[in-house]
Design a protein around this ligand. Structure first.
Ligand SMILES: Nc1ncnc2c1ncn2[C@@H]1O[C@H](COP(=O)(O)OP(=O)(O)O)[C@@H](O)[C@H]1O
Ligand SMILES: O=P(O)(O)O[C@H]1O[C@H](CO)[C@@H](O[C@H]2O[C@H](CO)[C@@H](O)[C@H](O)[C@H]2O)[C@H](O)[C@H]1O
Length: 454
């Protein structure tokens, strides 16, 4: 079998139709900037790094492709293209759906091996939490995701276990906070993140960098908590049935505080300088302007929001530290034994990666979760019952957080309100762009928060 001479030509139309392709609505300008290959006895396994130059800041995508001489049974939906070559037809498949790629990727991590470089390098790194002797099966996690996750069934000393490997689709220079933070928490013994198994790290050309090369995480493997349920779905059901969620919300508050304490302990804290506080105020204001620009109705709250932001400038601000960064119920699992497990420490997808790795205020996470409880009521039509469920859950979450952190956030209510306002503005932009039907949820929150300031 021979490989297609210009794979980009075949891969591009498929790339732009994927959920993780961010530049929808623009005419893409795709270029291959390199690839790497996992040696294989089966189909050729090539991971292409494809840059889209159409956005103001170009976006780099990771596109693993297997090249097969025969069609792969059951993988019709993952077929990228059929290419006529001099030796017959080559079938190109989306790697994560092909067991050949899935197995080779996890083996590369567990054996810490190096891929063959074609302008881009990649090597596996094992962290060692779970050792397995055999990979029994693999399948792609269904659902709308910004990355692609592969679930494996593996044989370990204690029996059959499940593993998840997240293949990052959009690549960035620098360490991925999802890997760094979860690995640090797992290493410090936290039961509230999955065990970390290992990662793939790569290097590629980047004309925007002084030395012309970028380095970052390409994939991350963890323990997969089979039988767990997403906290968002669990909370929605609980609110619909008017179940009391306060005990669970309280324990989520304590777990959140514990995770913040562990992150502070393992990765440090700093006292914010005047410049750092001013730069947070500046980022709030620029988000406010962006939100008004995209959702003009927000202008009505502008003066109140600006006054709230200004009033926080003279407050005593807490220390800076590493945080989750995009904390909401959809990022938390209720494990089958009833304990909370936090996921996806990648930060807000609309922020540059370099910003997402900076120290930040833990209050941002607290505000994120408060907003998420509000979304539960909002998505249920904000009925009296749903609102009272939300009020009780928000209070219980805060009480749990305060109790475990020893930090009485209610005494600095303006600061927490300002972070909540900032999150609701982020959400207004997110909803206007992605789910306009849900825009009223953050808008109503902005109205409520604004009324509280008057
Ligand atoms: N370790 C895990 N165990 C069980 N389910 C998981 C695990 N990691 C992710 N998931 C499931 O996958 C979904 C998406 O994971 P996430 O890390 O948020 O990916 P993305 O960055 O693509 O949004 C989660 O909401 C959860 O349902
Ligand atoms: O999970 P992601 O990292 O992709 O986060 C983005 O999408 C979220 C929606 O799935 C969005 O969250 C908002 O909606 C949630 C309900 O669907 C709600 O629980 C959150 O509080 C709300 O912010 C998130 O903001 C966005 O970054």
């Amino acid at each position: 079998m021979s490989s297609p001479t210009s794979p980009l030509e075949y891969i591009s139309p498929w790339v732009v139709s994927q959920r993780w392709f961010a530049s929808k609505g623009r005419v893409p300008r795709l270029e291959s900037i390199g690839s790497w290959e996992i040696p294989s006895d089966g189909p050729r396994i090539v991971t292409h790094l494809i840059m889209d130059f159409s956005a103001r800041v170009p976006v780099l995508y990771q596109v693993p492709v297997t090249e097969r001489a025969e069609p792969l049974d059951g993988a019709e939906n993952a077929l990228i293209a059929e290419v006529a070559t001099e030796n017959g037809t080559t079938y190109l498949y989306d790697g994560p759906h092909d067991p050949a790629y899935a197995t080779a990727l996890l083996r590369m991590i567990s054996a810490s091996t190096e891929a063959t470089a074609h302008g881009a390098t990649a090597h596996g790194q094992v962290f060692g939490a779970i050792e397995f002797s055999e990979i029994l099966s693999s399948s792609v996690l269904r659902g709308e995701q910004s990355n692609t996750s592969i679930i494996y069934s593996v044989v370990t000393d204690s029996g059959i276990d499940s593993v998840i490997c997240k293949v990052f689709r959009a690549l960035h220079h620098g360490e991925n906070p999802d890997v760094v933070l979860q690995a640090a928490l797992a290493a410090s013994g936290s039961p509230n993140v999955p065990q970390s198994i290992g990662a793939v790290v790569g290097e590629w050309n980047d004309i925007g960098r002084a030395n012309g090369r970028a380095l970052g995480h390409l994939a991350f493997a963890q323990e997969f908590l089979a039988g767990s349920e997403d906290a968002w779905r669990f909370a929605l059901r609980s609110a619909e049935e008017m179940d009391d969620f306060t005990e669970r919300a309280y324990s989520l508050g304590t777990v959140t505080a514990e995770v913040h304490t562990l992150l502070a302990g393992s990765l440090g804290t700093t006292v914010p300088s005047r410049d750092e506080i001013d730069s947070t105020l500046a980022s709030w204001r620029s988000r406010l302007l962006l939100a008004i620009d995209e959702v003009p109705a927000i202008d009505e709250f502008r003066d109140t929001i600006e006054a709230l932001y200004a009033s926080t400038a003279s407050l005593d601000w807490p220390p800076l530290q590493r945080i989750h960064g995009d904390y909401h119920l959809g990022q938390v699992l209720l494990a089958s034994d009833g304990h909370w497990v936090l996921l996806d420490f990648e930060g807000e997808p609309m922020r540059p990666m370099e910003e997402r790795s900076r120290f930040d205020f833990a209050l941002r996470d607290v505000a994120g979760m408060l907003r998420s409880f509000d979304y539960v009521a909002g998505s249920l039509g904000s009925t009296e019952d749903a609102q009272s469920w939300t009020r009780a859950s928000r209070n219980a979450f805060l009480s749990g957080y305060i109790e475990r952190s020893g930090n009485d956030l209610r005494t600095h209510r303006e600061l927490l309100d300002a972070f909540e306002m900032d999150k609701a503005l982020y959400e207004a932009v997110y909803e206007a762009r992605n789910r306009p039907d849900w825009l009223p949820i953050p808008l109503a929150a902005l109205g409520r928060l604004a009324r509280r300031q008057r």
